[in-house]
Design a protein around this ligand. Structure first.
Ligand code: ADE
Length: 225
């Protein structure tokens, strides 16, 4: 898989994309993540990526030309399955969408900034608009990092323990059951006995019950899906 991320603040993506599982997945050749500075696609002396909005509202708008040039340059090299724009008014991101994106070959993630993008980019280039929640971030970079992280970690081979991605929260619209490690007694608090029993079927049954109970109590909306 290849993920191209377009931004005016590439520094914001350095650390989230180059540590831990994402770093390992790239080193293993499971994914190629390339960050592009939109400013490199400006031709003017000041490398201007934004301008005042027509209509005179407050705030700046990202200019269409540099974004178009950058995307055209990428599209001349390969086909893209999805051109994603991160924006608070996009569809709400969830595990289902992460699973879908992880099956694609090449995607572009375009990070919004300032007041937003010139709408022509959204109309004519973007194929999917994604919000990571009902709140407004300074820019789309953190959203792009979240999308990339959640997509890459479920590519087969990215996580050491293959089964672990499949037992994540939300994979079946259920919250994950509680997990424990050694010591079996800490501060007088004991690990549930069934987990120490070595009886696989009983453990699985207990985990399923816990998942259901926690989902009912904490996220009943998931059970309606
Ligand atoms: N950019 C600013 N806020 C955002 C959000 N909530 N989701 C995605 N991109 C954003």
């Amino acid at each position: 898989m290849r993920i191209d991320i377009l931004t005016v603040v590439p520094e914001l993506l350095d650390s989230p994309l180059n540590e831990s599982i994402l770093k390992r997945a790239q080193n293993k050749g499971l994914v190629e993540i390339v960050v592009h500075n939109i400013r490199d696609y400006t031709y003017d002396k000041h490398h201007q990526v934004d301008d005042y909005p027509f209509g005179g509202e407050a705030g700046m708008v990202m200019k269409p030309e540099p974004v178009f040039r950058c995307i055209e340059a990428l599209r001349s090299q390969r086909d893209y399955d999805e051109i994603i724009y991160t924006s608070p008014d996009g569809i709400r991101y969830d595990q289902h969408e992460a699973n879908r994106l992880s099956t694609l070959e090449n995607i572009i993630i375009l990070c919004g900034h300032y007041k937003g993008l010139d709408y022509r980019i959204r109309e004519h280039l973007v194929t999917r608009e994604i919000s990571i929640g009902d709140y407004v971030l300074t820019g789309g970079e953190l959203a792009a990092a979240i999308i990339t992280d959640s997509v890459v970690r479920i590519i087969p081979g990215a996580i050491g323990d293959e089964a672990s991605a499949l037992t994540d929260c939300f994979q079946d619209n259920l919250l994950a059951p509680p997990v424990y490690t050694r010591p079996a007694v800490f501060n007088g608090w004991e690990v549930p006995e069934v987990l120490l029993s070595g009886h696989a079927a009983n453990i699985r049954k207990w985990q399923d019950e816990q998942s259901l109970e926690r989902t009912r109590r904490l996220r009943p909306d998931l059970l309606e899906k």
